[in-house]
Design a protein around this ligand. Structure first.
Ligand SMILES: C[S@@+](CC[C@H](N)C(=O)[O-])C[C@H]1O[C@@H](n2cnc3c(N)ncnc32)[C@H](O)[C@@H]1O
Length: 580
């Protein structure tokens, strides 16, 4: 869009807004040694194919697009807040423009993954929150804004600040306007009391109310014998909650609960699933959904021996979001997974999930946490209240390297690390086919419709070979052949389309680029005279300095600018500075 058009609408602009990455749709490679599954099914609804992806989320989201566009029911993200502090596990100090570009690119990918009934929840604080709201209006549509949740993240006083910050905001957008989305979201559990499922009742979590009522009604004054043989009369001044026949029905349905190990007065189970819920409100208190203090304790109890992750979110907070925005079996995505909270909570709540994390804590924290969840060995967070005891599993993935690499003469060629199956899958992604190799038919690697297929080979195909394939395909089907070379005219076979690789895909996207995050370590070192103001034209030099992302960013001066930490980047000593 040029400047004249741009002036027609209200929008936020920033340096580099028009630069958009041309993303390569990578394939994902499972590392079976790091995948983890329960040894056996514990229920029919066990989920085994959840995905934990270690890598840059922009490439990962692009990789998911081919199969999961419009399929994700709930997205929660908690991106780096751009606080200008170095955290132990990731870099959080990006210049504002760069931060906005990084977020815009990711939000656009997320928007494409969101189901028509889905919603996205973005956790942020005051530092970028207001800019993010305008950006989200642009990406999701201002009329699709649902709410700004205020989460009371701390209750302790912040005595050093002019006004202590005790809340984060969570921006909520849906794929459809609020009045339509209202039909797809769930109400909140009516009771603020956490329901539990101590007896593993298949009807799900419950709490209980006394089986007694005020007054004296002759047909509600019978005796009740508990499973341990204790005989109870109604409490003084009260009668039982219903007639004996109704009581017996409740008993037969397994709705009567006797506390004190089966000796106490009867109570009636109230299942969470049967309660009418409450419309969610925008103010979420620490009482209801926890604080950052609570989440740090959750993490410390999980990783007694590891450096604790700095900025986890409480499981109760994520639970509330997932319960409003998804139901059992729905797909949940978090592309800034951190310590793995969203995946852990989604798993315990029987949602399918995908988590993406760039840092090595994908393995050291997320994976280890999720192994414990699957094994039923994590008894913290919402485990008890959700009745979670273990099961299911997940697959651990990494992004494949770029499909193309440069040879010694600087020409793009298919990467040596690609075997035939990887190449076929990558070409399916690039050409918009589903990768479904048919073991019976050597030329069938992917399909786009019932009658349109894809064949990938690095061979130089002769006319006779093409003739043979064309006959097999027949006149009612079509086949796209991506091959090293071919010896025939392109229109010799009406049912075949012939393309050479890599030439056919050379200009589709950017090749060979693995990291779309801001890699501060790779920024060019400052040279004498580069310091802003030294040449009297700091603005120009800042707009031109290249970064590892190819985006313009301010060059680091000798004195590190806010958010441009000098090495070592992951200096534990700095960790406390940027506490949230
Ligand atoms: C605030 S933390 C998320 C904390 C998380 N909600 C939790 O409960 O643990 C942000 C995470 O995003 C990750 N991250 C930052 N840039 C990323 C990228 N480009 N791709 C994937 N993850 C990224 C960081 O490594 C960090 O772990």
């Amino acid at each position: 869009m040029n400047m004249a058009d741009r002036r027609q609408k209200l929008e936020l602009t920033w340096i580099g807004k028009d630069d958009r990455p041309r993303l390569e749709p990578r394939i994902l490679l499972e590392d079976p040694a790091l995948s983890h599954h329960a040894p056996k099914r514990v229920s029919q609804s066990d989920m085994f194919d959840n995905m934990l992806i270690h890598g840059d989320n922009l490439l990962a989201l692009k990789a998911l697009e081919a199969t999961l566009a419009e399929r994700v029911k709930c997205i929660y993200i908690d991106p780096p807040y751009n606080t200008g502090s170095a955290f132990a596990h990731y870099d959080d100090g990006l210049e504002h423009s760069t931060w906005l570009s990084l977020m815009r690119d990711r939000l656009e990918c997320l928007e494409r993954l969101l189901a028509p009934t889905g919603s996205i929840w973005v956790n942020i604080d005051w530092q970028e929150g207001h800019y993010l709201k305008v950006l989200c209006d642009e990406v999701f549509g201002r009329s699709h804004f649902i709410a700004e949740i205020v989460w009371q993240k701390r209750t302790s006083r912040e005595n050093r600040a002019a006004i202590g910050s005790s809340h984060d905001t969570i921006l909520v957008y849906a794929k459809v306007p609020p009045n339509d989305w209202k039909r797809h979201r769930n109400l909140l559990r009516a009771s603020t009391k956490e329901a539990a499922n101590p007896d593993n009742d298949p009807r799900g979590p419950w709490d209980s109310v006394p089986f007694s009522a005020q007054g004296w009604r002759p047909n509600q004054m019978y005796s009740i014998t508990t499973p341990t043989g204790v005989v109870h009369k109604p409490p003084k001044g009260r009668c039982w909650g219903a007639t004996e026949d109704v009581y017996k029905e409740h008993l037969a349905e397994g709705r009567v609960y006797f506390p004190k190990n089966g000796s106490g007065r009867p109570r009636i189970k109230q299942f969470e699933s049967e309660r009418k819920g409450l419309v969610p409100m925008s103010l979420w208190s620490a009482d209801e959904v926890g604080t950052t203090e609570e989440s740090k304790k959750e993490i410390m109890s999980l990783f007694a021996d590891e450096t604790p992750f700095s900025t986890p979110k409480p499981e109760r907070l994520i639970r509330r979001i997932l319960e409003i925005a998804s139901s059992e079996g729905d797909l949940v995505l978090d592309s800034f997974l951190g310590s793995g909270t969203t995946a852990a909570v989604a798993h315990k709540l029987k949602r399918r999930w995908i988590g993406v994390e760039l840092g090595d804590h994908a393995e050291t924290h997320c994976r280890m946490r999720l192994v414990k969840v699957v094994d039923g060995a994590d008894d913290g967070g919402i485990t008890k209240s959700s009745g979670w005891t273990g099961g299911g599993g997940f697959r651990f993935y990494r992004l494949a390297p770029s499909l193309l690499e440069k040879d010694n003469w600087g020409n793009w060629v298919v990467s040596k690390s690609y075997n035939a199956a990887m190449l076929a899958e990558a070409m399916c992604k690039l050409e918009g086919f589903r990768y479904e190799p048919d073991p019976e038919t050597f030329w069938l690697h992917g399909r786009s419709t019932e009658s349109d297929f894809l064949y990938v080979t690095t061979q130089n195909l002769s006319r006779a070979q093409l003739q043979f394939i064309s006959e097999q395909v027949g006149s009612n089907r079509t086949l796209l052949i991506c091959c090293g070379a071919f010896r025939a005219k392109r229109d010799d076979f009406p049912n075949l389309t012939l393309k050479k690789i890599p030439q056919a895909v050379l200009h589709r996207c950017e090749w060979g680029r693995d990291d779309y995050s801001l890699n501060v370590q790779a920024l060019p070192p400052a040279e004498a005279g580069d310091e802003p103001g030294a040449d009297g034209d700091a603005a120009e030099s800042s707009a031109q300095a290249p970064t590892a992302t190819g985006k313009p960013a301010k060059r680091p001066s000798k004195k590190p600018a806010r958010g441009m930490q000098q090495l070592p980047l992951f200096d534990g000593a700095k960790k406390e500075k940027g506490k949230r």
